[in-house]
Design a binder for this molecule. Structure first.
Ligand code: MN
Length: 148
């Protein structure tokens, strides 16, 4: 089963300009934060790993100040090609609204394992820089993100 099955099932690719995508063989570690003006504004953090973009919706945005903890709700894996996506998802479609790139860059794992629900990592973006923690606190999708 493709890791992108849920992503693809939610979207109609004749209506949205989002990429249909496929599993990537690249082992680069890029990240993007999308500013998503959906029903409610939120920010989507996406980390490139395992051939996909592991994704979290962060209602209040990725914190830029140490000590601030924010909820990050894990959502379906997105294709790596989504890293460059910006545009307007049409009314009536999944995630309808404007998507802009808020920040992007590289990330590095410092320690931990997403599968075990806890990582410490580094963000090297234009806005976001430094060490972060991402910890699952309520199975299976509620995480906390914070700057260390
Ligand atoms: Mn979103």
């Amino acid at each position: 089963m493709s890791a992108l099955k849920e992503y693809q099932a939610k979207r109609k690719f004749n209506k949205t300009t989002e990429p249909k995508g496929e599993i990537s063989e690249s082992e680069s570690r890029r990240f993007v934060v999308h500013e998503h003006h959906a029903r409610s504004l939120h920010y989507d953090l996406r980390l490139e790993t395992e051939g996909v973009l592991k994704s979290w919706a962060v209602p209040k945005g990725v914190p830029e100040i140490k000590g601030v903890k924010r909820l990050a709700v894990q959502v379906e894996d997105h294709p790596v090609g989504y890293i460059d996506f910006s545009g307007i998802i049409p009314e009536g479609e999944y995630g309808a609204g404007e998507v802009k790139i808020w920040d992007k860059g590289k990330w590095n794992l410092i320690e931990g394992d997403l599968k075990k629900g806890s990582i410490k990592f580094n963000l090297l973006g234009e806005k976001l820089k430094g060490e972060y923690g991402l910890v699952l606190f309520k199975p299976k999708k509620n995480w906390l993100i914070f700057k260390i």
